[in-house]
Write a protein that binds this ligand. Sequence first.
Ligand code: ZN
Ligand code: CU
Length: 496
Amino acid sequence: MQDIAIRGAQVIDGSGTPAVELDVGIKDGRIDRLGDVGAAKQEINATGWVLAPGLIDTHAHDDGAFLRHPDMTFKLSQGVTTVVSGNCGFSAVPADPEADRRQASGGILSGLQGDFRDLAGYFDAVLKGAPAINNMMLVGHNTIRSLVMDDPKATPTAAQIREMQNHIATALQQGACGFSTGLIYHSGRYSQTDEIIALAEVAGQADALYTTHMRNEGDHLLTAVEEALTIGQEAQVHTHISHHKAAGTQNWGKVVPSLARIDQAISRGQAVSVDVYPYTAGSGRMIEYFNLDRINRDLAEVIRIASCPAFRQYEGKMLKDIATAEHIDITDLVRNILTAPRGEATICIHFIIDEEDIVHNLKWPNMMVGSDGIPDLRGKPHPRLYGTFAKILGHYVRDQGVMTLPEAVRRMTSLPAATFGLAERGMIKAGFHADLVLFNPDTVNDTATYDDPQRLAAGIETVLVNGQIAFTQSQHCHAGSGQMLRYRRAAHDPLR
Ligand code: ZN
Ligand code: CU
């Protein structure tokens, strides 16, 4: 007898092949039977809906959210059953409970309370809160650097390199899928290529990943791609380029030569993969984008405030509109915000990307999808947090026909599962973990907007995480069945 039978769905198995009408039986957390399912304790009539593997968010900053918001509604409600956290060089671990968590987490991983130090300790702390979805972790360069180096602008000594390598090795042993950098952020931006090669080698030796928010995504995008490829080659490591884009109107279109260069590297045998988020705006901690001595007016003109502890009344507004209303120069406004108490915690949204570049990115044959959502739920976060995956399925696949539905499902399931080492996930296959999403292909859509960014996606009918119904009929079921995943291995065992 099966625990759950899902009957009559159009099954898209994640491999890229077309839908087939098939019954699916689930037992003990796994997909047990396909086709002739027999009796079940619980029946789901799924006629007219698509059943796909649970979606995988390759680019998350949910390290702290797993502790602060274990319901993970913003991801679960889109059909996401696994995220890869620890991106852009910022990760929950390694952690020093005595050190300033804000410093180590770049201020975007809010909620990192607890006395854990390593990945196993973090996993135990998260599991106590019964998280709704699964998490796979990267270990971040900026975080490690802030623990090991007193002077962020210095070149690390041989002993410091060894200490950083040891932190990476420990995280990989405990199940991290790789090492991430954020080379525009503090303090990774001060690192030289050689330092990163020495650290990425540790991931290469473990056959894990090197993921990077590159040193430049605008005027010097192509130079930054060269650096990422050099690091991959020298460190002998699979290189994953995060949120591929060409920022700034003067750079629009550069994603074309950038992807062509990546194609060339792949054709020469290098392992390279890429993800993108489907929005024309980026988002991050505002202080990282400005030099207070020389405030970039052009950038300020395209910025909207997401969350701002110092001036809550600015949330959801464009800087240029605030400046006009308050009769001040926009550069003075930027300075006022960033130098106010807790001004450094301000999260902004910047409109810097071309829609055509997004489509070009999505048409690249193995492009994955990463939300890059920043789970600061006060204020008005970038709508990608709640909308990314439904926007791909609704807007880009059904309405724009950028790719077929089975192909989109492959890019968001089996491809990232294979790349990020999610063992026995990402496909509808007997024996695999029952991470599943049922959706209505005619109505699936993102509804989160910049003005109203915390609206749940439409058309997501039911989501199962490890065989438990986690979300159904727009209701969170609080199954708490998420697991802490280990690279190419079984999930972290809290009873170890
Ligand atoms: Zn990034
Ligand atoms: Cu990121």
